[in-house]
Design a protein around this ligand. Structure first.
Ligand code: ATP
Length: 321
């Protein structure tokens, strides 16, 4: 029986557990013996690789995080440790690997494949949604829903007081989460690294709106700008509103996977196993314009992700109202 393994690398996301469940079930359906690598790339190096069965994935579909743990491995960045990782897989007779991870993990896998020729298929998994070649990464929908709930709650309190709330949203250098959150939560302001802004222009509009009766503000700011406190002070000084900063932080990674997330996990994993079974050696499953497609890892890693023009235009309009 051919053997296949799965691992999670980088930041954990909600949706990994449903993917792991589908992995076990679909592997069996395809006549493959499934294995879990516990603890990401460190698990490959330390040989924490175990055969998996149906009972391992019972009762996990609704849980955030990952049952098989994730890791950021500094050792995997060194060739000698990647060689140990490959040796461990070969000793167990595993020649196919499904990798759930972000941009960094895929750079690691590109090197690993070049050096060791072990077939892998990547499933984009990061709440930052910053992987080139795919419009969707696992974890994003759940994170957006967590942010939506938090922002709705903040709006309740904001509307009871004359205050400005600055909500800092994750995404590393990518403003996708902040932009979609701002558009879908009715924020008055959205600041992200991808859209230049002019505080003087925004000030004129806000002061006019205050005159017309506005008595609170919600501003969504991407963590990549590193200026949430500064924006809060700007509200106090320039707009004359008492302000509060809420850094949403790690709550954005948790929460039980949404329906969309579970379906995406199911489909991503099915496509990943199909890609490996059809002989593809170094691919990533991407989701664009409503369809799944397998792309070579080179296509993914040679360019930086950019938010789609249509969304960016909506973000710009929000600033120019
Ligand atoms: P997230 O977007 O959630 O942070 P990520 O996959 O981008 O996920 P990273 O911490 O950047 O998270 O990368 C995960 C792991 O991938 C690293 O700990 C390291 O083991 C490996 N990795 C990252 N970049 C490289 C690289 N250039 N060469 C080899 N391995 C790498």
């Amino acid at each position: 029986m051919n053997k296949i393994a799965i691992l999670c690398s980088g930041g954990d996301v909600s949706g990994m557990n449903p993917a792991i469940k589908r992995f076990v079930e679909y592997s069996f359906e395809q006549g493959l013996k499934p294995y879990f690598v516990y603890g990401g790339f460190d698990g490959l190096i330390d040989n924490t690789i175990k055969e998996a069965g149906y009972s391992d994935v019972a009762g996990i579909i609704h849980r955030g995080g990952t049952k098989i743990y994730s890791a950021r491995s500094t050792r995997f960045k060194e060739e000698k440790f990647r060689a140990i990782a490959a040796k461990n897989l070969r000793t167990l007779g595993i020649d196919k690997l499904v990798v759930l991870g972000g941009d960094g993990s895929f750079h690691g896998m590109e090197l690993f494949f070049k050096e060791q020729n072990i077939s892998f298929c990547g499933i984009p998994s990061t709440i930052d949604n910053d992987i080139n070649g795919t419009q969707y990464c696992l974890g994003v929908d759940t994170a957006l829903n967590v942010i939506k709930t938090a922002t709705d709650n903040i709006r309740d309190t904001a509307s009871s007081f004359k205050r400005a709330f600055v909500i800092e949203v994750m995404g590393r250098d990518c403003g996708y989460l902040a932009l979609v959150s701002a558009l879908t939560s009715g924020a008055e302001m959205c600041l992200i690294p991808e859209i230049p802004y002019d505080l003087d222009t925004i000030k004129k509009r806000f002061l006019r709106e205050v005159k017309e009766g506005r008595n609170y503000f919600i501003a969504v700011v991407a963590e990549g700008l590193k200026n949430s406190q500064e924006i809060a002070q700007w509200f106090e000084k320039e707009i004359g509103f008492e302000s509060r900063v809420t850094v949403l932080g790690h709550i954005q990674r948790g929460g039980n996977p949404t329906v969309r997330e579970r379906l995406m996990a199911y489909q991503f994993t099915t496509y990943a196993i199909d890609a490996l079974c059809s002989g593809q050696k170094d691919s990533v499953i991407c989701y664009s314009n409503g369809a799944f497609e397998s792309k070579s890892i080179k296509e993914i890693t040679t360019k930086k992700y950019e938010i789609g023009e249509e969304l960016l235009t909506l973000g710009k309009r929000l600033l120019q109202k």
